[in-house]
Design a protein around this ligand. Structure first.
Ligand SMILES: [Zn+2]
Length: 66
């Protein structure tokens, strides 16, 4: 059975533990585990990004509306 890296989608050989392209550990038959691990990180990153964008826009508004 051919496996694919969950991170970079490269084709893995059977028996590979690590992805030779990006070094990600391959979980055998459990792609959901990696997805669950990555979900909170990306969510937090998105919230931080939104906050930064709001702060930048607010700063620009304060700067131009003075
Ligand atoms: Zn990979």
């Amino acid at each position: 059975m051919v496996k694919f890296c969950a991170k970079c989608n490269e084709k893995m050989s059977e028996g590979d533990i690590l992805c030779k392209y990006c070094g990600t550990f391959l979980t055998s038959g459990e792609p959901s585990a990696a997805a669950v691990q990555e979900a909170p990180q990306s969510k937090t990153g998105r919230i931080v990004l939104i906050i930064v964008i709001i702060l930048v826009i607010a700063g620009l508004l304060v700067y131009f509306l003075r």
